[in-house]
Ligand binder design. Structure first.
Ligand SMILES: *Cc1c(COP(=O)(O)O)cnc(C)c1O
Length: 378
């Protein structure tokens, strides 16, 4: 059996003759109609998706941008963050989090993770200096950082909070949607994110009216109106064609996410019985959306090779600690600075957990992991 990590050819397959219409055909028909309007730049469909996304998340404003990375970068720019400033974020994350900070000219300051792959809030205050302007917690793997504690720290020190909720569409902490705790939250619609379009795309959400206005200018060359330029900006609009795609996918996000969660729960139930596997603690206050289903295992490299050999496409997110990558060489970090991130890089493994897996594929994945350790889980 092959258990694929990517689901794109399952999500977007054409309907067979006589079969019920697939989402691919529905979207292609929408695109045909859309292209004939010529409303390619920002435009009605872009606005419609922004409105629907804002109401899905429960915020006043959603601003469509080119990518999740730009959503983070533009949020920091709109807050006036730049050279000489510091932004605190998590050592265990995708490179884009730190790249967005660095792109403003500010310095990324890393803090180690807790055992659930989110920023260890107890270490944040020790990383604050007089140059610190913001904290950027990451909803890594689709799990919530401790937003209450982080907001309290930010308030005590007069810092902004910008959430990297790129992987966290439909995730929540105490029923409040990811991205709505800080002054701004960033989302990605990359093809492998939980709400995915057919290229790149991103969104910023905020309840702040002034930030909303500034972000709308910043993503569109700094234009205030057709003829007035308020500030130097960027070309980072959400492609309206991708908004057409997203408008069709948004209504299915909750059902797809529920399926992801059900698969993750099945994995948790079985894998927690294997002594060599460490399943992270699950916080009942969090709707964890499992963009990545990630656990720690003994002899991880052996497990990875074994899974690959049996057709289970497991992955490592990520094998090298970000603060020790070459791009961070000027930041002065050294091995030993982030012990939990280092441990994770050596022991984590991501199993396929997308909503298009069959129950048989889920069972096969469990059996594969169990048989590597000579464990019985059934
Ligand atoms: C994917 C991702 C991003 C960047 O999103 P893009 O749309 O690919 O630019 C940022 N942060 C995290 C944690 C991500 O997983």
């Amino acid at each position: 059996m092959r258990v694929p990590f990517s689901y794109l050819n399952r999500q977007f397959k054409a309907s067979a003759p006589g079969e019920k219409e697939q989402i691919l055909d529905v979207i292609l028909a929408d695109i045909k109609t859309f292209v004939q309007t010529g409303d390619f730049t920002l435009g009605k469909k872009g606005e419609e998706f922004e409105k629907k996304f804002a109401s899905f998340v429960g915020v006043r404003h959603a601003i469509g941008v080119n990518s999740g990375t730009d959503a983070l970068f533009l949020s920091l720019k709109a807050l006036g963050i730049g050279p000489g400033d510091e932004v605190i974020t998590c050592a265990e994350t995708f490179i884009a989090t730190a790249a967005a900070i660095a792109a403003t000219g500010a310095r990324p300051v890393f803090v180690d993770v807790n055992d659930e792959y989110t920023i260890d809030h107890d270490l944040i205050e020790g990383a604050i200096t007089e140059r610190t302007k913001a904290i950027m917690p990451v909803w890594f793997t689709g799990n919530a950082p401790d937003m209450e504690k982080i907001l309290a720290i930010a308030a005590r020190h007069g810092l902004s909070v910008v959430e990297d909720s790129c992987t966290a569409v439909n995730a929540a902490y105490k029923d409040r949607h990811a991205g709505t705790f800080g002054i701004a939250g960033a989302f990605s619609f990359h093809p492998l994110k939980n709400l995915n379009v057919w290229s790149d795309g991103g969104m910023i959400v905020t309840d702040d009216d002034r930030l909303n206005e500034k972000l709308r200018m910043l993503r569109n060359y700094g234009l205030k109106s057709r003829d007035e330029v308020e500030l130097f900006g960027y070309n980072s609009r959400l492609d309206t064609l991708q908004a057409v795609v997203a408008l069709r996918l948004l209504p299915d996000v909750k059902a797809c996410t529920d399926r992801r969660i059900a698969i993750a729960e099945a994995y948790d139930r079985a894998l927690c019985r294997i002594p060599q596997i460490d399943v992270p603690r699950r916080n009942p206050d969090v709707r964890h959306v499992y963009h990545l289903y990630m656990i720690r295992g003994e002899d991880r490299d052996g497990l990875l090779r074994y899974c690959e050999g049996r057709g289970v496409e497991a992955k490592i997110h990520y094998p090298l600690p970000l603060p020790y990558q070459n791009c961070c060489r000027d930041l002065g970090y050294k091995p030993g600075d982030f012990p939990r991130t280092e441990r994770d890089c050596q022991s984590i493994i991501t199993l396929p957990a997308h909503p298009y897996l069959t129950d048989d594929e889920v069972d096969y994945t469990i059996e594969t992991v169990a048989s590597f350790y000579g464990a019985r889980v059934a």
